[in-house]
Structures are given as C-alpha cells and as structure tokens.
Design a protein around this ligand. Structure first.
Ligand SMILES: [Zn+2]
Length: 75
C-alpha cells in the first residue's frame, strides 16, 4: 500500500525528522520510511541521511524503522 501511494498514506515528520514519513499500522505500530522524490524536492538529503539518493529512482521508498508507536522514533 505504501509503495502505491507513499505520500497519501504517509504523514510527513517535522523537525529533526524532516523528510521522513510515518505510516500507522494497526494503530499500535508505525513504519518510518523515506521517499526519494520528496527528499530531493526538499533538498535535505543531508538531514534525512539518504546517502545514495543520486543512485535511486525518484519513486524509491526506503523503510528505515518499524515499531510500536512510541518507540519507532529514535529517542
Ligand atoms: Zn533519497
């Protein structure tokens, strides 16, 4: 589902996680992912640590975290 409509399903994160998206899964869990079309448009590759962005297609999706709602964020 995320692969088909990442921007629609994902909620853009802010602050230090700008460029990342989160998508709730069954209420308790969420997936954190990057969408290269967005991280390039924002020009914040340095922030989102999308190191190999130039080698990825625009519609590349990178899943970076999965976990319970309050623990999926790093700290
Ligand atoms: Zn990227």
């Amino acid at each position: 589902m995320i692969c088909e409509s990442p921007v629609t399903l994902g909620e853009p994160l802010k602050g230090s996680f700008s460029g990342f998206y989160s998508c709730p899964v069954k209420r308790k869990f969420q997936i954190i992912f990057l969408y290269c079309a967005t991280c390039r448009k924002k020009g914040d590759d340095a922030i989102v640590l999308c190191a190999d962005c130039p080698d990825c297609l625009d519609d590349t999706i990178k899943f970076v975290a999965l976990g319970p709602h309050d623990k999926a964020y790093w700290g």
